[in-house]
Design a protein around this ligand. Structure first.
Ligand code: NAP
Length: 348
């Protein structure tokens, strides 16, 4: 296959750097452009970036010139790690000029013609791209990722909703500092502390879950209609969001049935053997003290959600703990997998 030309928008940021590391040596994609703000545009990438990952900047990337984020990006596919305001301004303009944009930013996630795609979960939502191209007159497209918390939650919820049906859920999160970008939360606010508020996060997790797990009826997205209560907290972990989940499943399945449903879960990425697909999108552990961020966030190269402590809940029926890497499967890795899926299915 001829490699497709790809750009990273917001390349100097936390998620942008993840994109660059995941795209290094990718069998289908060739990195041809990097963009950032006016602060970085025109500079050598290696000089503009404050590189945060333990691995070196991939060969050749440090010498690439950072471009402005405008309609002239030299690539077919744009992986966007732009902040909200810049994404709102630039992503639609790029789709209009023929670019296929895979975004981590929130402005288009809930649009009625933008697939909020989680590759194993809701491939049928891609049919909304026909409506998007027709109604907006774009030759390109926008496909969105969910927010990092919603992505990992929905990898675990999807098999349970498919096998049993979810009536209601209560979710409490312990979210990593890297989820707040760099330099994120001030150290004097973060250390020795838990911050019980993340702007707009609880509303996003509820709305995105109901879009992810809902349907596409040919003209509109149909929300899943799950009643949810979500509490989001920022904790002093570097990478990896932990979430405790209590939920009511139809038919009141036993713990072993819930574990079996989670363990059996796979989707189109696994069937197609996509390059970034985890072998197991959901990993279930039986030890009483797992998952933990330092032990489990890198399982399946950061592309899986780990679930543990599956047990009966005396109030709602079932409960468990889940954990996932927020900048890999919770952001850049999810976009790369979405792009692989759409290419493999001939949608872009
Ligand atoms: P970040 O570290 O603040 O990086 C932002 C990037 O965008 C930088 O490259 C920055 O370039 C560039 N930028 C800033 N203003 C710009 C403008 N006006 N025009 C063009 N480029 C601009 O943010 P991040 O954590 O990587 O997050 C990126 C996006 O992903 C956000 O929408 C965020 O909500 C979403 N997201 C983040 C996570 C996470 O775990 N961090 C997870 C899921 C989704 P300069 O270096 O030149 O300023």
């Amino acid at each position: 296959m001829k490699k497709r030309r790809v750009a990273v928008l917001g390349a100097t940021g936390t998620v942008g750097q993840r994109f660059i590391s995941l795209l290094a040596g990718h069998p289908w994609f060739e990195l041809t452009a990097l963009t950032a703000s006016d602060r970085s545009a025109g500079r050598r990438f290696g000089d503009a970036v404050h590189w945060l990952l333990p691995s070196d900047i991939p060969d050749g990337v440090g010498d690439m010139r950072v471009g402005p984020t405008d309609g002239a990006v030299d690539a077919e596919i744009c992986f966007s790690a732009l902040p909200t305001e810049a994404a709102g301004e630039h992503e639609a303009a790029l789709a209009k000029t023929g670019h296929h944009v895979f975004t981590n930013a929130s402005p288009h996630r809930m649009d009625d013609d933008v697939p909020l795609l989680l590759a194993e979960v809701n491939f049928e939502h891609v049919r909304a791209l026909e409506k998007q191209r027709r109604s907006r007159g774009w030759s390109g497209s926008i496909v969105a990722n969910g927010n990092c918390t919603a992505i990992h939650l929905n990898l675990a919820l999807a098999p349970l909703h498919r096998d049993f049906g979810i009536e209601r859920a209560v979710v409490t999160t312990m979210q990593a500092l890297s989820g707040a970008s760099y330099p994120g939360v001030a150290s004097l606010d973060a250390l020795d502390n838990v911050i019980p508020y993340i702007d707009d996060e609880e509303e996003k997790v509820i709305a995105e879950t109901n879009k992810f797990l809902g349907g596409w009826d040919g003209t509109s997205f149909v929300p899943a209609g799950i009643a949810m209560s979500v509490h989001c907290n920022r904790v002093t972990v570097r990478d990896g969001h932990t979430e405790t989940v209590s939920l009511t499943l139809r038919g009141g399945p036993k713990v072993d049935d819930v574990k079996a449903s989670l363990r059996a879960f796979s989707g189109r990425p696994q069937q197609l053997g996509l390059p970034s697909a985890p072998k197991r999108p959901v990993v279930v552990r039986d030890e009483p003290d797992r998952p933990q961020p330092v032990l489990d966030r890198d399982v399946e190269k950061g592309m899986a959600t780990t679930v543990g402590r599956v047990r009966e809940d005396p109030v709602l029926g079932t409960k468990f703990v889940l954990l996932g890497h927020n900048t890999i499967r919770g952001a850049a890795g999810a976009s790369v997998l979405n792009a692989e899926l759409l290419l493999a299915e001939g949608c872009v």
